[in-house]
Design a protein around this ligand. Sequence first.
Ligand SMILES: Nc1nc2c(ncn2[C@@H]2O[C@H](COP(=O)(O)O[C@H]3[C@@H](O)[C@H](n4cnc5c(=O)[nH]c(N)nc54)O[C@@H]3COP(=O)(O)O)[C@@H](O)[C@H]2O)c(=O)[nH]1
Length: 730
Amino acid sequence: MGRQKNPLILTIDDEDPIRNSFQLFLEDHDFDVVEARSGREGLEVFRREKPDLVLCDLRMPEMDGLEVLQTIRAESPDTPIIVVSGTGIIGDAIEAIHRGAWNYLLKPIQDMSVLLHAINQELERARLIIENRAYQEHLEEEVTRRTAALQKAINDLNESHFKLRKSEETYRSIFENLQDVYIEFAGNGVILEVSPSISAISAFKRDELIGTKVEGLFPLTQERDELFDLLNQSGQIRDFEIHLRDKDQHDIPCSLNASYQGIERENADKICATLRDITERKQAEARIEYLAYYDALTELPNRRLLINRLEQNLSRARRYGHYGAMLFLDLDRFKNINDSLGHPIGDDLLKQVAERLATDMRSEDTISRLGGDEFVVLLSDLGTESAAAATAAQQKAENIKERLTEPYIIRDNILHITPSIGVAMFPSVDGSYETGSDILRYADTAMYRAKDDGRDTIRFFLPSMQAAADYRLALEKELRHAIERDELSLYFQPQVDYHGNILGAEALIRWTHPTKGFISPGTFIPIAEASGLILSIGEWVLRTACRHLKQWNDQGLGLTHLAINVSPRQFRQPEFVGQVQSILDETGVNPSMVCFELTEGLVIDNIIDTIEKMQGLKKLGLQLSIDDFGTGYSSLTYLKKMPLDILKIDQSFVRDIETDANDAAIVATIIAMAEHLYLKVIAEGVETRPELDFLKQNGCNLFQGYLFSRPIPGHQFVDLLAKGIPQTGS
Ligand SMILES: Nc1nc2c(ncn2[C@@H]2O[C@H](COP(=O)(O)O[C@H]3[C@@H](O)[C@H](n4cnc5c(=O)[nH]c(N)nc54)O[C@@H]3COP(=O)(O)O)[C@@H](O)[C@H]2O)c(=O)[nH]1
């Protein structure tokens, strides 16, 4: 630590002895001293040396002490000045103090300790003044600093408050104007808070929901359980689909985002969630899904859905052994309509075509628009006979062609259009394993063939099918006129008892075509059935058979009955029983002598309606028989409920009695079953003696077959009745 500096004293006095005595004294008391002999010199030394204290005389030449005082005071107010004067005039002292002297001593100073005391006192005072000023300055600085800090803190606080208020306002405004719903609920499912926007979705007011359980809003237990499970697993959940039940009990699809509140899930006491009504999104998705499978213009299934359904149809057809068909339609010269009348009219035409196609379609069939003017009709389950299925497909195609060819009225235009139709049957008869796309291609190819052949035409993909279809179509056209042209007739095949006596006969239709000659009922009956012609033909058969029976009865030929075949379509007519009643009345035949033969397939299809109708026929007094028995799947339960009289064993079993042990067993079982049900049993297709023997041995008493007689015209039958059947047959 360095030695402390001595205070520096400036003595200004024109008298040398005084200055010298002061110097000696002061230096002895650890002061440093500088001197000046005049006021002017004093100011120069003062400015140069910057003394800590000035001792100044008043009366001096050049510049008196008062002026020095005033100048020093002005330049350095903190430098103490002690006037040491010999005037002794009180006025000088007052003036000196007034001009800036800190103290006033009289010369000569008798006791130098007075000077020392005055110097120390003024130096101390000066020190205190300086210190005080420094302290004041420090205080002021501190106050300024702290004031600034405080002001900053206040500003910061104000700013925070402002921001907080702003943020609160923002959140309040978001909360109140939110389109989505904000919802808080406790772990036990109680709703703690919900934004007013809930009323837009649910029609519930906020107050109606707070305090209630979420079960009320989200009633589907499975969805709720899944929501809580997922929340418990991961603490948050995004875009969870849930249904909200509104006040009117409608379920509204919503998307929910939720998380436990707080960073630590374990301590979280509530779940915060936002909820958005996604009805429009769902509708859009459904629309997109719909458009993926449906044609937007006609709303018909599109190619993709068609192929799906076709694949399903194909595999079902293969599994159950039935046939289906694909009709590929293209509108002839549709482009002309589009080009000449404009696309809006073309579109309307396509819509009307779609509507016409939909008329009369079965629910299991599919109508599809592939695009442009191309439509497809997929017909499923056309039966197990490929020829009959092709006939049905041909028939359907004809109907469609007819319907689409009728005029269209579109925006005051009368339009005419024809379709070209290609037909592909499936599955293929040769066992090749084609795909849905193959079938579509085949039908497309056939459609182009129809175009090439002059349009407004139907063409099958397979030439063989085409030939058969053409033949069937021609037959059907001719069959329409067969009754009026008197080309139909009835043959009669005798039915004999154990001893070969003719008891009755089965009436079998025959068609003698003017150019084609004899056409088997096995060929034309399925065409009649598919086209609906069977209704008039069946009625003709019934009337003609009853007339014959009445006549033979009147002649006393001693017949017990006449069997008449009834086709499924004929039987299914709602007015069938009434029609039979009128024919019985009209012909006057004895109803108990008429036996209707119904196929087994017919009776097991729609069993309730069948039994009801059978009961109606029984009430008329008719006998009922099941034809082809054994080929279907009749259960004993149903058989017991049916008002039956006779079971007819199908000729396919009889044919193989001698060679096939199974068939022999089946025949024996049918006979036993008939006995059990108290039914008569007749075997058809008996051609040989051993077949007859087997049947007799197993308890069958009635027979029909070539062994006794082929079906023969009525007059021959009458002759045979008279002559009797030769012994070989008995
Ligand atoms: N809905 C109607 N269907 C009818 C009618 N007439 C006949 N048919 C059905 O047509 C199918 C073929 O009949 P058809 O060619 O007349 O054959 C019948 C007999 O000729 C034949 N048969 C009789 N005995 C023998 C025989 O010993 N061997 C042999 N190979 N064939 C024989 O069987 C047919 C009788 O069948 P079913 O009716 O099942 O008793 C045939 O399905 C007829 O049903 C009609 O008017 N309406």
